[in-house]
Every structure is written in C-alpha cells, then in structure tokens.
Design a binder for this molecule. Sequence first.
Ligand code: CA
Ligand code: CA
Length: 442
Amino acid sequence: MKYGSIRWLVLTLIVASFGSAPLFAESLNNDNRDRDGKDRGWHDDRDWHDRHKHDRNPFAIQVGPRPFYLVNDMDDGRLKRKLASCEGKPLKRTEFSIGHRGAPLQFPEHTRESYVAAARMGAGIVECDVAFTKDRELVCRHAQNDLHTTTNIVTIPELNAKCNQPFVPADPATGTPAQAECRTSDITLAEFKQLRGKMDAFNPQATTPEEYVQGTADWRTDLYATETSGTLMTHKESIELFQELGVKFTPELKTPVVDMPYEGEYTQEDYARQLIAEYEEAGIDPSDVWPQSFLLDDVLFWIKNTPAYGRQAVFLDERPNDQDVSSLEYMRSLKRQGVNIIAPAIWKMLTLGPRGEIVPSDYAENARRAGLDMIAWSLERSGPLSTGGGWYYQSVTDAINNDGDMFTVLDVLARDVGVIGVFSDWPATTTYYASCMLNGRR
Ligand SMILES: [Ca+2]
Ligand SMILES: [Ca+2]
C-alpha cells in the first residue's frame, strides 16, 4: 500500500473513531460496516448508541449571529450588559433549551434538517409532535390534519386525491378562498414518506396546487424547503436521530381529529401506549423522555399505566387564565393527581407590575407554590416584536416594542417564574441565554 493510501486510511480511522456523530444516513451506513464491508447488523448499531449515549456534545454547538443581534437590540440595562459580556464564552447543550418542532423559524418543522439544526444550536431536548397514519404508524407532524400546509401533498395528484378534502382552487369571482385538508390518517406510512416538508403556510388565493403551497411569512424563509430537503420522519426515526445527536426527547401526543376509536378499534389509550412503547423498544431511559399532551386524560393515563414515563409527563395548557383553571387549589389538584410538570403558553405566566415591568402572573405563582415545574412555549415564533409580539405576549403587550425585549421575557421566565425549560423555534437564542445566565443548569 502506498504511503498516501496508508495516511488516508489512518486519517479515516481517526475520524471514524473520534469524529462527530454521523448525522446522515450515508455515514451511519458506513459506520455499520466492517472494513471488509460486511454489515455488522443491528446490535452493533446498539453498541454504537451505548458508546455514544452519554456523549452530550457530538459536535460543536453554535448559535450564529442572531443572539448577538437581539442583545444589541435590547434596551440599555444590566441584563443587556451581562448578556453582551458573555460573547466568546463557551456554549453548552442544556435541557433548558428545547427545539420546538426542531428549528422552524427557518427550517421546515418536524423534518430531519430542522431537528439537526436545533441540535447544532444547543437544544438539549427536541420535540416530535406525534400523529398516526392510515396504517397506524406514528409520524412527526404538528397536527393530524396539517399535511396540506406543512408538506407538498397537494402538488402530488395521486396523494392529493386521497386527502379528506383534496385541493379546490380559489374562486376570485366569488371571493371564495382555496381549500384543502390532508390528514396523516388519509395515507399510509409509505405514502407519507413520499412527501417533502415545507414551511407551514398556504396561499388562500391559490388557483393551482403550486400556488397553494406558497405563503411563507416574509420573516421566515423557504431557503431550506427544497426538493432534496424537508425530510419527513417517523416517530421511531426521530428517536434514533435524537440519540445520534445527543439530545433528549419530548414527544407530544397530538389530539386526533378523527373519531376515536379510529376505525372502531384503535383507542386513544392504544395510541398513548404506542407512543411510549416506541421508547421502550428503543431502550431509552424514561428519565430522558418528557411526553406531552393538551389532554389531561393522556397525562393521567401515562401516570397510571407507564409511571416511569408519567413521572415527567407534561400537561400542556393554552386555556384562558380563568380562576377555576389557574387558582392555587386547581394547581394543587393537578399535583395530587400525579402531574409534576405543566407547560403553559408564555403569556399565561406573565403580567405587568406596578411600574409596567414584566413579572410572574398569579397563574405562575400558584403553579410554583403547588410544586409544579413549568415549561414555556414558544419563543421565536412571533416574528418581529415591534408591535407588541402578538398572541404569545398578549399579557405583556405594553412592555414589548423591540426584538431585544425577547431576552427580558426570557429572563423573567427563567429567574422569576423559574421555568425548567423553554420551547423555541430557534433554540440558539435560548441556548445563548442559558450558557450565559444559568451556569450549572443541566
Ligand atoms: Ca408540540
Ligand atoms: Ca423595549
């Protein structure tokens, strides 16, 4: 063997032994083969996971320019000076930083590319929202019925034809908007895998399917929604990928839009159990999984039937802050039923203090006093904040007038409310804050 080839082989072996985790199918396949090219099979693959499962930093964490743009945009004060002083300090992966659907500020939600981006930005936990297909396989989608806005399904005639409501063009004469509704349960897993993820949007004025899939907000981008990107994932594939990336898991059981039991036999309980079974089958430590649902019954099902996973099940809450669902008594009743974590929308945990400053709401105080942990959703989902931040900031609108105010909100959530994690559409912002301000946090 020539010196050049030996050097190449040595370099290859060094990279294979110490290099970053394989992020792509090709490199994983190579990793699965001996030097003689023989496939080492599944249980060597498991060995790979065993060797790497405690390696929380398979590649360098990077946050890009955005956190610094936001710090620069902040109103003057101690928090701005402190955050500015952290430029150049080491960044670390933290469970405080949760990738909400991946990194959908720029990458199509719930795609491989979006999840990898979130992990690179230091998210310690990444989310797969879970829905089921016609053949009852679990896939990552934010809703059972959003394929028409999050994928290219309406542009594929044979799959569009299977939609609950295939594409209907807008009628400019009558002002009738375009229509479509495509569900994961309309198609099989094999058909689902033919789709490509795109930015969640649609054009109501569309007269063709190609026009319908447009409409992305101008502060997002279609740059990563191409014919070779937007790789859709099953729930099982997300578990495998997240292990490779060194991130933990927060699957959400999305409430079905079809009647349950589906086809008269697949119950909500079957669905909730199937989600947990996929972690059991993959040999995942339950303490690395935070299953979520907006349905308290799902959370109580996990607490009762899969207690190792129920212990850190997350009850999602988007209801108005009415007394009967925000009082101390209510929070204590959740705790008595075994709920340990509640995840309200950002605005529910905040209100304005006497000087117009952002402070914890009664809801947040009551949850904390009852001993519930809190997780917030979702940062970086509102676009520019110059006009008050919209829905996610509705309780503190008057204190929000520039993008830098996002760090003020995050600081109140982290230090005054005491949330244990924050979902973000661009985890870099949360990772940068946590690396700077929350030393010692996992
Ligand atoms: Ca979710
Ligand atoms: Ca401001």
